[in-house]
Design a protein around this ligand. Structure first.
Ligand code: 13P
Ligand code: SF4
Length: 307
């Protein structure tokens, strides 16, 4: 059944000139039909190289918005219109503008997990894999980092030369893991290396052997000689790694790191959108030229500083 649907998707991709982008947190059967898979940074960079008329994002809303901003002339679709990221909507642009008015020399760095409306008032966008490098490369010494205070704390520690202000925001999924969860996982698997995403709280990531983005974690596990790993990010990553490296053992840091939004997209959503694109259907991201130009500036700046 899964194979049949996948075959139909591959056929529809050709017929309707579609490129499928899938975040690494998507299910295996979706990743298998995707043309480009990766973390947020890879998806934003690769989205610019797409030559197809239609782009289908399997991920959450801000990722489809970013793909649209980078490809204004293409039709960009989100496989499941209900898939949003709660962190992306945590802060209002007005609040950031108030801080900017009080401290005009403080540059605003936003995580890519933000709405286009919020990106418009920010100077530079970052992803978890590019955040430290970009903040180090910025001319400014005074920075406001939004919305994730955990990723922000990670950047702050890596860039002690900068004055970094943080606000109370973050990923409710990664932040649900506690130090007690970490101790329990380490006790259960004492020989395993712990690989953690910087969206986890500092008390958790400080106990990890490696802290990095989704791709960073996957690359570390691929290159390490270790045989056992505790994976401190969305549980799909432990599953993908286990398929890729059957000779190694991958455990989840906590069953709580399951993103309900990333799990909303099903293979049938992908199939239906691919079919819909051929006859005027599918959930298309609509943005005005002005919205794209004003929000895209900080993504272009990210690519300039991080590339
Ligand atoms: P990265 O793809 O930057 O690792 O992000 C993790 C995440 O939570 C995406 O929503
Ligand atoms: Fe948003 Fe966290 Fe889910 Fe990523 S894992 S989409 S940051 S809620």
């Amino acid at each position: 059944m899964i194979k049949d649907v996948q075959e139909k998707i591959l056929q529809l991709k050709k017929e309707n000139d579609i490129c499928i982008l899938a975040h690494s947190y998507q299910a295996k059967e979706i990743v298998e039909v995707a043309d480009i898979t990766g973390d947020s940074y890879k998806l934003s960079v690769e989205a610019q190289k797409v030559s197809n008329k239609n782009i289908l994002m399997c991920g959450v809303h801000f990722m489809a918005e970013a793909a649209k901003m980078l490809n204004p002339d293409k039709n960009v679709y989100l496989a499941n219109p209900s898939a949003g990221c709660p962190m992306a909507e945590q802060m209002e642009p007005e609040m950031i503008e108030m801080i900017k008015a009080q401290e005009p020399d403080r540059k605003v760095v936003c995580y890519i997990n933000t709405t286009a409306a919020l990106k418009r008032v920010c100077d530079v966008c970052v992803t978890s894999s590019s955040a430290v490098k970009i903040v180090k490369n910025m001319d400014a010494d005074k920075i406001l980092f939004i919305p994730d205070c955990n990723l922000g704390a990670f950047v702050k520690k890596a860039c002690p030369e900068k004055d970094i202000m943080l606000l109370q925001g973050g990923c409710p999924v990664h932040a649900s893991v506690t130090k007690a969860d970490m101790i329990a996982a380490k006790t259960a698997h004492p020989d395993a290396l712990v690989l953690c995403h910087p969206e986890c709280i500092p008390a958790v990531s400080e106990m990890a052997d490696y802290v990095g983005s989704t791709s960073g974690i996957m690359n570390f596990a691929a290159e390490s000689d270790a045989k056992e790993f505790i994976i401190g990010t969305e549980i799909s990553i432990a599953e993908h790694l286990q398929y890729r490296f059957p000779e190694k053992e991958f455990y989840v840091l906590s069953k709580k790191i399951l993103c309900p939004n990333m799990k909303l997209t099903t293979l049938m959503d992908v199939y239906k959108t691919c079919e819909g694109i051929g006859n005027g259907g599918g959930f298309e991201i609509k943005m005005t030229d002005e919205e794209i130009t004003s929000a895209r500036k900080c993504i272009d700046e990210m690519i300039r500083l991080g590339g």
